[in-house]
Design a protein around this ligand. Structure first.
Ligand SMILES: *Cc1c(COP(=O)(O)O)cnc(C)c1O
Length: 437
């Protein structure tokens, strides 16, 4: 697999380089030079394969000879060791539960695959890989749990004091081993500024092998294609041969992976990009003007993104052809009031508790069906996180129905620890320097 930068199509770098660099110097994003068409026979018989088997087929088509077959198979089986069931809610509506991994959010797919790919490329005796992440909640947990116990790696997570939910905090602070958590007396932006300064600091770069593990890394995108194929396989078993996916979107990595799956040959009728009022993309598709703005806080806070970082990848997949893109992608926005009404509606209609992000994806399907009653395709909305991660959003009668998964119960009895730091960079730098190994 060779990759170019969306800002320089002549660039050619290897998968390994793209994984460790995360982002090209020219501030574009890495994209595969070749997007092969998967074998039509594989798609035709896809319902006969398991999720890890599908994952292997897709990954090996993309990666080619970057990782030998047997190693890739083992890596996938280790990384994708949980289910992604598409639950039937009515005749033709399904919810795709992507929260059965250790951090209870879909980001586990990306983080677990990335951590294992990085560990694979770190040869014996190579310098310890130091992963720095700033988190507002979900990313930190997925990265921490993704790298937990992975040899030759160490993760440092910075999170803002008092601004992550209790379960998210437990996921960050109960790990030990190669994971350390720092509670920063400040906001998410302060955490991110500290991490950015660390990457720019000469002395730190000389002493440590730093990497960012952030969501634009190509090795996080690839594993997110797996569950689109696997969902199609599940629906095919039920007699459908075309689907609509509705994806709750923030940085547009998840839907970007869906569109990559589409380009690899997955038969999809429509993708719906569902956002909260941080609606840069729906506005763009309406007006043709791409205008980012500062993010606004909402109930679906993992989607509070005013400048979606993966959008340039999607434009690249469609060769900047907005009309071609609009044939495949529709986009709707919903505010907090509508989100809450959506949560209640899903509870009443299906006796199902959806997290606020998931509820937005559901609302988008409802809206699409009103606008396009002639489209009778089966529709799947992606559930990106378990409801228990956002306990404050729900009316009390719905909150009472949320079952706390085993993973979380186990965390509650564990000891937890976070180091505490202020927002000054010198303090963070000294912290890192005083812990060389
Ligand atoms: C990260 C996240 C999203 C947004 O996904 P993108 O890939 O950034 O579009 C949606 N829902 C939840 C729960 C998330 O954690």
């Amino acid at each position: 697999m060779k990759l170019y930068s969306t800002n320089n199509k002549n660039l050619r770098i290897s998968f390994k380089e793209a994984v460790f660099n995360s982002m090209p110097q020219d501030k574009g994003l890495y994209m595969p030079v070749e997007i092969p068409q998967l074998d039509p026979d594989f798609i035709k018989n896809i319902e006969q394969y398991s999720l890890p088997e599908i994952a292997y087929k897709v990954a090996s088509a993309l990666l080619r000879d970057e990782i030998p077959d047997e190693d890739l198979k083992a890596l996938i089986e280790d990384a994708i060791n949980f289910e992604a069931p598409a639950l039937k809610l009515d005749e033709d509506t399904y919810v795709l539960e992507l929260f059965h991994g250790p951090s209870l959010a879909f980001k586990d797919f990306g983080a677990r695959f990335m951590s294992r790919v990085m560990a694979y490329f770190l040869k014996d005796g190579e310098q310890l890989l130091d992963v720095l992440v700033a988190t507002s909640g979900d990313t930190g947990g997925a990265v921490a749990l993704g790298f937990l116990g992975v040899p030759n790696t160490r993760v440092t997570i910075l999170y803002p004091e008092g601004k992550v939910s209790p379960i998210q905090e437990l996921q960050l602070t109960t790990n030990g081993q190669n994971i350390r958590a720092i509670e920063v007396k400040g906001t998410f932006d302060d955490c991110q500024a500290l991490v950015k300064q660390a990457f720019a600091d000469e002395e730190l770069n000389a002493k440590f092998r730093l990497t960012s593990a952030n969501s634009i890394n190509i090795s996080r995108l690839i594993p997110q294609t797996f569950y689109y194929f696997n969902t199609f396989a599940q629906l095919k078993k039920q007699g459908f041969d075309e689907v609509i996916f509705s994806v709750p979107s923030g940085n547009f990595g998840n839907i970007g992976a869906g569109l990559l799956a589409y380009k690899l040959g997955l038969p999809v009728k429509k993708f719906i990009a569902a956002t909260n009022i941080n609606d840069t993309v729906p506005r763009f598709l309406e007006s043709g003007i791409y205008e980012t703005k500062p993010s606004t806080q909402t109930y679906s806070n993992a989607m509070d993104v005013g400048a979606p970082s993966n959008w340039i990848r999607i434009m690249d997949l469609f060769n900047q052809d907005v009309e071609a893109l609009k044939k495949v992608v529709t986009s709707y926005r919903f505010n907090d009031e509508e989100t809450l009404a959506g949560i209640i509606d899903i509870d009443v209609k299906f006796d199902y508790v959806a997290c606020p992000h998931t509820a937005i994806a559901y609302l988008a399907i409802e809206k699409y069906r009103k606008e396009k009653p002639e489209d009778k395709s089966a529709a799947v909305f992606l559930s990106t996180a378990h409801a228990c991660k956002f306990p404050d959003i729900f009316p009390s009668d719905i909150a009472a129905k949320i079952e706390i998964p085993e993973q979380v119960k186990a965390l509650e009895s564990k000891s937890h620890h976070a180091d505490k730091l202020g927002v000054d960079f010198e303090g963070f730098k000294n912290y890192l320097l005083s812990r060389v190994n």
